[in-house]
Design a protein around this ligand. Structure first.
Ligand code: BGC
Length: 470
């Protein structure tokens, strides 16, 4: 296993303190039911570009227009939420879902620098009211991979004034929507955004192998996050502010080989640990502080940690790959996997990842929300198994005293999956984008059973107790 040492031991104390709060988590009942704490959030997560449709003024629409979507699909109307998100809110309500994460599309709200679109803000007000009227708690992300073309044209988060511009946008959103929402995610997966856009080159702006630039962008996002955190608290002193952190379990392919262990640990430090380390200690690991400048202002800027957890990747040392930090990342054939994307397998569908990630994040001593977890699986081959077992792991983490407040599945209906377009289907509900017809999957019914009763029935735990291999 990669070393999990991250920020100093100080946070263990805070984690112990958080543990005391969870005395009400119950062990399994006589039937083997796993009961969750009262008030636990059963949610689904979404993002603006993937569900709203007709977002034509952000850098992902330009990426699509340039023919860069690998699957060749068009986003089009997506799930048609800009016109009718309420249809899916009805579905969510029927499923017993009590929280729903959306994101607001910066390019709709501020289509030109300093020009604000009031009707767009009104539509978001209607969306938030629609959720609340159905007893669903809204969680709003301010940045989920997309931003206006004008912002991209000035180099996005590499620009010196990016943090100030993001703060200005945040203030406008919170002043306009703050009476309807108290839970804010500043950024979705800064580590994925930076790695995919500047190291791997598969997200806009499509730059490759630029390790130092990757960390400069991360630093720009960290500063923007810190400013947004303070701005939200300024406007809404009781606001609940965090970010959504993608956590990957990096496993050495050959655990007996020190080089494989080392390279897995390096990936863990760079990918999982960097952003978290700045929140905990105000500085980046491994000397990247030299390129990033002083980040001490960002220390302590979170009220919760959001975790997006999808699975496990295997890493092995390869001296012929200096551009990949001497590492090869792969997914062995014989592990449970979702459907392959246009570029091949995504990751091992590994339920245990949830507990590993929660244990890691608990060191920050803040409440944790699992803000994404799921698998692309058009036929529902392994999603029911993954769902039950991931939730079983989550329950074990709760019993260990980790303060997890909610689980948000990715996602409600199939939606536009970035470079994989409509090829990858993550929904609890199947969507035909051409007709907009929705069909509930078995996993959707399963999730509804769990959410409505706030428990995993023992019978389901037993039914899905295999290893997911078939
Ligand atoms: C992203 C989502 C995406 C999901 C599945 C997450 O990394 O936040 O936008 O759809 O993964 O790939």
């Amino acid at each position: 296993m990669p070393p999990r040492r991250c920020f100093s031991g100080l946070t263990h104390v805070a984690a112990m303190a958080a543990r005391g709060k969870l005395a009400n988590v119950q062990p399994a009942t006589g039937d083997g039911d796993l009961i969750f704490p009262n008030g636990f959030l059963w949610g689904v997560s979404t993002s603006a570009h993937q569900v709203e449709g007709d977002n034509l003024n952000n850098q992902w629409s330009a990426w699509e227009a340039a023919g860069r979507i690998k699957s060749g699909d068009r986003c089009g109307r997506a799930c048609d939420w800009w016109s009718n998100a309420e249809r899916d809110f009805d579905l969510a309500q029927e499923m017993g879902i009590n929280a729903l994460r959306i994101s607001v599309e910066w390019s709709r709200i501020e289509p030109q620098p300093g020009v604000w679109d009031q009707p767009a803000l009104e539509r978001y007000r209607a969306i938030l009211r629609g959720l609340r009227q159905r007893g669903i708690r809204p969680v709003v992300s301010l940045h989920h991979f997309t931003h206006p073309l004008w912002f991209e044209a000035m180099q996005g988060f590499l620009a010196a004034d990016a943090p100030a511009l993001f703060e200005r946008f945040t203030r406008r959103v919170v002043s306009s929507l703050g009476d309807l929402c108290q839970d804010w995610v500043t950024f979705n997966e800064p580590n994925v955004y930076c790695a995919m856009g500047y190291a791997v080159g598969l997200f806009p702006p499509g730059r490759r192998g630029e390790l130092f630039t990757t960390f400069k962008v991360l630093a720009g996002i960290l500063r923007a996050h810190g400013r947004a955190y303070r701005a939200i608290h300024d406007l809404q002193p009781h606001g609940n502010v965090g970010w959504a952190h993608n956590y990957v379990v990096f496993e050495p392919l050959r655990p007996g080989l020190p080089f494989d262990r080392w390279i897995a640990g390096l990936h863990h430090s760079l990918f999982n640990d960097s952003f978290v380390r700045v929140i905990a200690e105000g500085k980046l690991p491994l000397g990247f502080g030299m390129v990033a400048g002083d980040l001490s202002e960002v220390r302590g800027t979170c009220d919760f940690v959001g975790l997006n957890v999808y699975g496990r990747l295997y890493v092995c040392f390869d001296p012929r790959k200096p551009a990949q930090l001497f590492g090869n990342i792969l997914v062995p054939k014989d592990v449970p996997q979702g459907d392959p994307g246009a570029e091949g397998p995504l990751a091992e569908a590994y339920p245990g990842a949830l507990k590993v990630a929660a244990e890691y994040a608990a060191r920050l001593g803040k409440p944790i929300y699992i803000l994404e977890n799921g698998v692309p699986d058009a036929q529902d081959r392994i999603r029911p198994w993954l769902l039950v077992n991931a939730l079983n792991e989550l329950h074990a983490a709760l019993r260990d005293g980790i303060d997890i407040r909610g689980y948000f599945h990715w996602t409600l209906t199939d939606n536009f999956e970035w470079n994989d377009g409509w090829r990858l289907r993550f929904g609890l509900v199947e969507l035909d984008p051409a007709t907009q017809r929705r069909t509930m999957r078995d996993s959707g019914r399963l999730f509804a059973t769990i959410a409505k009763h706030n428990r995993i029935p023992g019978e389901l735990v037993r039914r899905y107790s295999g290893n997911g291999r078939g």
